[in-house]
Design a protein around this ligand. Structure first.
Ligand SMILES: *[C@@H]1O[C@H](CO)[C@@H](O)[C@H](O)[C@H]1NC(C)=O
Ligand SMILES: *[C@@H]1O[C@H](CO)[C@@H](O)[C@H](O)[C@H]1NC(C)=O
Ligand SMILES: *[C@@H]1O[C@H](CO)[C@@H](O)[C@H](O)[C@H]1NC(C)=O
Ligand SMILES: *[C@@H]1O[C@H](CO)[C@@H](O)[C@H](O)[C@H]1NC(C)=O
Ligand SMILES: *[C@@H]1O[C@H](CO)[C@@H](O)[C@H](O)[C@H]1NC(C)=O
Ligand SMILES: *[C@@H]1O[C@H](CO)[C@@H](O)[C@H](O)[C@H]1NC(C)=O
Ligand SMILES: *[C@@H]1O[C@H](CO)[C@@H](O)[C@H](O)[C@H]1NC(C)=O
Ligand SMILES: *[C@@H]1O[C@H](CO)[C@@H](O)[C@H](O)[C@H]1NC(C)=O
Length: 733
């Protein structure tokens, strides 16, 4: 007994002194890590200790961060769900060999309990950022009793294995922090599915958000292989016991990590830039609209860079053509022809090349079947919709079949794999030909929604300037054609003034939706329950009734799904009223410039809105029988219906019907500063080009979420356009 006490005392003393000598990367069973000390890995890269996240949190956590990076970057948190409130807790190793975090009262806050026991257990922080529990004498990684790399939080570091290991019963999951101040698990996760056709899936809560596509023996079906000269050496290990991804940096001096970002719902690779002393985003998943899970619905195929990105697989047609055409794709597609299962010559399979294999949730795999056997297996089962080789290495081997709807297919030019889809026989003959053409087609894949938006901005700037510099041709607001229109008889319903007055509570203030340049707008409810918006034109209008009627008729002819629809009008007792469809989501500015509502506008939605506005504008400028220059395109003139489809309002109508603007085209500038092209604002010259300018400003606002007219960048004393212009020049020069 006395011997033991002396032994303990001596070893404690030895450790006390050795602490100041060198090894501060390790603690043993006789030491504890207190709040005021840290462990530092041997080469000084990582540090383990207590920290307070963010700026407002009162909570303390035990974590690991980069020692030499001035921005505190935590890569692992022990007690992410059980914060510590004071500085009195300690990290210890129990006599049983568990690593425990104890508070003042010796209550366990967090613990790591190895399943196997060591003789003399130590905890060591390795140069990789891995905190390991091991036997003092055994440094073999295979024999670690426990390691933080097996229990990651939100960060995937070089050397870590992300995936599963049946022998160890492990399945590593990355889970984002709830927010900047709170490391507890958020609802954004990344997990490798434990099946014999494994794939990696990111979840937003309980809904799938992104998937890699199944492992096809050489790569993930939806992930092009990583170029060999990359700075990152990415490896997948797949055998019957384990399946995991890992990576290393080919240049060890580059610091890089992969992290789940809850606020943006992206998995980012961030690389430390020593010159700017910041983390730079090297890549992101999902990368584009087609990367988002099931963008195109069942039997749809997503083709990045194409507009619209979704189409039905050959041999399929939209389930709801109406919704599909409005770019509402989630109902997907159905077989174009009825087919009956297994009846002779009624169904067969067509090969689709270069696709990301569909969602494997309802798939079945046998690694030893041939493709021929696979075909038979699928054909025999009437719910089987497709088959493929489960491994494409070499000649291809194995069999995967898909039951039911095929979800989340995308075209992967020069990547992907062959998929055989069940079709009616008459289609299979004709389709195989179509498909051949398709695979030859060079499809430009724009890396991401963001880059396509940036491309649009650049194109817009280019078009605008080349237009402007070429010649200052001026087109008046409405070009002729009105004569022939007069002869035709358009049926625009005339509403009764009494009815409209009742519907709007006699134009009372509480029904007022807003005030446009040409008079107030009211919300009304017709006797049949239909909700409408009523615009009451200025009573000072000097326009005659005949012209007014005529022009309203002209406007009523403008029908496009991205224009607000005119339901009717009313002219009685000096009142001139226009009745429009009512838009439940009000206007774009209501969402765009509101910090909480703007969160509802994700990239795909913003992209759809931009697209819709462009279509509406193109229609006004080119495709309608009249040529309309809007002259006041801005966020508040873009209304949103209940599905957030954009509809341009105040087109032409306002100018034409407002009366007092009709005579002096250049005497009074209509429009809103901030959106007006310089030549219009200063010289009163307007053309479709000035609308394009306004569209560009709107585009920047939609992308940045900032109002052009406000000074948001005090450092360079600029508005949004000026700021973008400066950034553009410093980026390209
Ligand atoms: C905890 O904080 C108190 C007051 O700031 C300080 O006196 C004490 O030394 C700290 N203890 C540790 C372990 O850091
Ligand atoms: C940490 O705090 C403990 C108790 O508060 C104290 O005994 C110890 O000397 C401190 N260590 C350092 C390195 O400040
Ligand atoms: C420790 O116990 C005391 C008395 O039971 C209690 O007041 C205190 O809140 C406890 N501290 C912690 C950190 O749980
Ligand atoms: C990439 O990593 C694997 C193992 O992880 C290794 O075998 C291979 O040599 C590495 N390649 C390069 C170029 O570093
Ligand atoms: C997500 O990324 C943004 C932009 O890079 C950053 O500001 C934010 O702090 C990140 N959020 C988390 C939780 O890491
Ligand atoms: C559907 O089939 C009909 C004839 O059977 C054909 O005319 C049509 O083009 C097909 N539509 C699609 C979208 O494949
Ligand atoms: C897989 O296919 C092989 C060859 O056709 C067959 O012998 C085996 O029984 C199949 N395994 C399963 C689980 O169906
Ligand atoms: C088709 O295959 C699936 C998956 O193997 C199975 O669940 C289903 O029962 C099969 N249906 C028929 C009719 O064989």
């Amino acid at each position: 007994m006395a011997m033991l006490t002396i032994f303990l005392l001596v070893s404690k003393l030895i450790f006390f002194f050795s602490k100041f000598a060198a090894a501060t990367d390790t603690i043993n069973q006789f030491e504890s890590l207190e709040d005021n000390t840290t462990l530092v890995s041997n080469d000084g890269t990582f540090e383990l200790g207590f920290f307070i996240p963010g700026s407002t949190s009162p909570n303390r956590y035990l974590g690991i961060w980069y020692k030499n990076i001035p921005i505190r970057t935590v890569v692992w948190v022990a007690n992410r769900e059980t914060p510590i409130k004071d500085n009195s807790s300690k990290l210890n190793i129990t006599p049983e060999g568990s690593l425990v975090l104890l508070n003042q009262n010796k209550t366990v806050i967090w613990s790591a309990n190895p399943t196997t026991k060591g003789v003399v257990v130590v905890a060591q922080l390795l140069d990789s950022g891995n905190l390991v529990l091991r036997d003092e004498k055994d440094t073999n990684p295979e024999n670690y009793l426990w390691q933080s790399f097996d229990n990651p939080t939100d960060t995937f570091l070089p050397g870590m294995k992300l995936g599963w290991d049946l022998k160890k019963g492990l399945n590593t999951v990355l889970t984002a922090w709830k927010n900047w101040d709170d490391p507890s698990p958020g609802d954004f996760t990344d997990i490798t599915l434990r099946t014999n056709y494994p794939e990696e899936v990111m979840w937003k809560g309980t809904t799938k958000y992104w998937r890699s596509g199944p492992w096809d023996g050489t790569k993930f079906s939806g992930n092009p292989s990583v170029p060999s000269n990359a700075i990152v050496n990415y490896t997948i290990v797949s055998n019957k016991d384990e399946f995991y991804a890992t990576y290393s940096m080919t240049d060890k001096s580059i610091i890089s990590r992969i992290v789940m970002n809850q606020s943006l719902y992206v998995r980012q690779r961030l690389t430390w830039n020593t010159d700017s002393q910041t983390w730079r985003v090297s890549s992101e998943l999902p990368g584009d609209l087609c990367d988002h899970y099931n963008t195109c619905g069942a039997f749809g195929i997503c083709v990045a860079g194409q507009a619209p990105v979704c189409k039905c697989l050959d041999g399929f047609k939209p389930k709801s053509p109406r919704n599909w055409n409005q770019m509402n794709w989630n109902q997907g597609c159905v077989h174009n022809q009825t087919w009956s299962c297994r009846e002779k010559n009624k169904d067969g399979f067509t090969k689709f090349s270069n696709v990301k294999a569909p969602d494997t949730e309802r798939s079945w795999v046998n690694a030893s079947m041939t493709l021929g056997e696979c075909r038979v297996k699928c054909w025999e089962n009437c719910s089987c919709m497709a088959y493929a080789n489960s491994n494409i290495r070499g000649e291809g081997s194995g069999c995967a079949i898909w039951i039911g709807d095929l979800l989340d297919i995308r075209l992967m030019p020069n990547a992907g794999q062959d998929l055989y889809i069940r079709l009616a026989v008459s289609e299979t003959a004709q389709q195989s030909h179509d498909q051949k053409d398709n695979s030859n087609k060079k499809v430009v894949v724009i890396a991401s929604t963001i880059s396509s938006v940036i491309a649009m901005i650049l194109i817009f700037i280019f078009i605008y300037w080349s237009y402007r510099n070429k010649n200052k041709e001026i087109i008046t607001g409405i070009e002729a054609k009105s004569n022939e229109s007069q002869q035709e008889d358009f049926e625009l319903p005339l509403f009764d003034l009494v009815l409209i007055a009742q519907a709007t509570d006699h134009f009372s203030d509480h029904k007022k939706l807003g005030e446009g340049g040409f008079g107030p707008v009211y919300k009304g409810t017709l006797p049949d329950g239909q909700e409408v918006a009523v615009k009451r034109l200025s009573q000072t209008s000097r326009q005659g009734l005949k012209e007014f009627k005529n022009e309203v008729m002209l406007c009523a002819e403008l029908q496009h799904r991205n224009l607000v629809k005119v339901l009717g009008c009313c002219f009685q007792d000096d009142e001139k009223l226009l009745i429009y469809e009512y838009m439940s989501n009000k206007s774009l500015d209501v969402f765009l410039f509101d910090s909480s509502r703007s969160k509802l506008l994700d990239w795909p939605k913003r992209f759809c809105i931009i697209n819709g506005i462009a279509r509406g504008l193109l229609y006004l400028h080119q495709d309608s029988r009249l040529r309309i220059i809007h002259r006041d395109l801005k966020a508040s003139n873009v209304l949103l219906d209940n599905e957030m489809n954009p509809k341009i309002s105040d087109f032409g109508l306002a100018r034409m019907c407002g009366g007092d603007q009709i005579e002096g085209e250049t005497s009074r500038i209509v429009g809103t500063y901030g959106y007006m092209a310089p030549e219009y604002a200063f010289d009163g010259l307007f053309s479709i080009k000035s609308d394009v300018f306004s569209f560009g400003v709107l585009l920047l606002e939609i992308v940045s979420g900032k109002k052009n007219s406000r000074l948001f960048y005090p450092n360079d004393y600029n508005n949004l356009i000026g700021h973008v212009s400066n950034s553009y020049h410093s980026f390209f020069i």
